[in-house]
Design a binder for this molecule. Structure first.
Ligand SMILES: Cc1ncc(COP(=O)(O)O)c(C=O)c1O
Length: 366
């Protein structure tokens, strides 16, 4: 036996560590809450797969009413298409002949949509789509302040929209404008003010394109930290929310987000070098350091220092009673980059193992 596989029904502490845990009731509650928020509104949800990379979670989101799924990578889209999911947005640029050939293949299987931000990429996509006899739906990505990909709002976006609309084999669907730079701005009122200001640039660009006689079917944006703002703006059609389903410590700390932490990493105390310190078997390779230290779910314990395979906790009060062999749960600072460290997530109900789900999109970075 190379790796211990706990039986279904096993209590939490019978799961070997480090292990990724997901509380199913909280997960379902989060998915339901987001779906309920927008059920009777014009907004459609297209949740982001990159956050959890689990087909089972994507299916729960679709069952709750999502119109499709967003993903960051072609590899993730292939995982979804293999699982029978249709209407997938690759919210990223698909560049180069190898990837474009895979996109065409996906289109045949799963009805994809892709973000574009350069005339050169549009020309390549168009030539490949014409050659294959398929139509590829495109969203022009607009940079509304994140300074990542995307053309400038206004005239530059209109110019590229014109190019897409005139390109054989491509279908201009609208715009993607993700305000990633604002998701965790505090206080919430400041997040709200800046989101309204920046997302309005996408809405104004939509109006400009429509005024030029090009129909815009979709303007997609929003994240877990701004859905309550972007989701109520006239001119926005879809939200690409991701983290809300499982949440993480960074989002919880930023506030203004009404979802529960469903995701933890289970670790074991493997050493007690001093009364006020302990070492757990979860380090950089078991839990992300991306947005800071994890939150330790034990009163008086805080995560202090990273090592590759070790995490050092500082202990106060009753936490000093922790013994070698005790289990502790850690809430990762960022869920997306923690999911990507595991092949399997252990799904718990009432503290017992209910299911094991593959993190099928793990490592599908191409
Ligand atoms: C393009 C895009 N859309 C949506 C999201 C989802 O954001 P969140 O996890 O904050 O909901 C992300 C996250 O990085 C993203 O890159």
């Amino acid at each position: 036996m190379s790796q211990y596989v706990p039986p279904i029904g096993a209590p939490r502490d019978a799961i070997d560590t480090p292990a990724l845990l997901l509380d199913r009731d909280r997960l379902e509650g989060n998915i339901r809450r987001m779906a309920d928020l927008f059920r009777d509104t014009p907004i459609r949800l297209r949740p982001h797969f990159k956050s959890h990379k689990c087909v089972e979670i994507a299916r729960l989101q679709l069952e709750a009413g999502a119109v499709g799924i967003t993903c960051a990578k072609l590899g993730e889209a292939e995982v979804l298409a293999d699982a029978g999911v249709h209407d997938i947005l690759v919210a990223n640029q698909v560049v180069g002949p190898i990837k474009i050939a895979r996109l065409i293949d996906l289109e045949r299987r799963g009805d994809v949509m892709v973000a574009v931000d350069s005339a050169r990429n549009v020309a390549d996509l168009s030539a490949a789509a014409v050659g294959a006899g398929v139509g590829i739906r495109c969203l022009v990505e607009v940079d509304i302040g994140m300074d990542r990909c995307g053309v400038r709002p206004g005239e530059p976006a209109l110019e590229l929209a014109r190019v897409v609309a005139a390109s054989p084999g491509l279908v201009f669907m609208g715009l993607q404008a993700y305000e990633g730079h604002l998701q965790e701005v505090t206080p919430y009122e400041e997040r709200r003010r800046r989101t309204l200001e920046d997302v309005q640039k996408a809405v104004d660009t939509r109006r400009l394109i429509e005024a030029a006689g090009i129909p815009v079917a979709i303007v997609s944006g929003g994240g877990s930290g701004t859905h309550t703002i972007t989701g109520h703006l006239d001119g926005i059609d879809e939200l690409q929310v991701g983290s809300y389903a499982t949440m993480d410590a960074a989002y919880a700390a930023a506030g203004g987000v009404d979802f529960e932490n469903a995701l933890t990493v289970l670790a074991t105390v493997i050493s007690r070098p001093a009364s006020e310190r302990c070492i757990v078997d979860a380090g950089l390779k078991a839990i992300t350091s991306e947005f800071g230290v994890p939150r330790v779910l034990i009163d008086g314990a805080s995560f202090h220092e990273w090592h590759e395979e070790h995490g050092e906790l500082l202990l106060e009060g009753s936490a000093c009673e922790l013994q070698v062999g005790d289990k502790v749960e850690l809430i990762p600072s960022h869920g997306c980059t923690t999911f990507n460290l595991y092949d399997t997530v252990h799904v718990l109900r009432d503290g017992r193992l209910a299911e094991r789900w593959a993190v099928a999109g793990r490592g599908r970075t191409q």
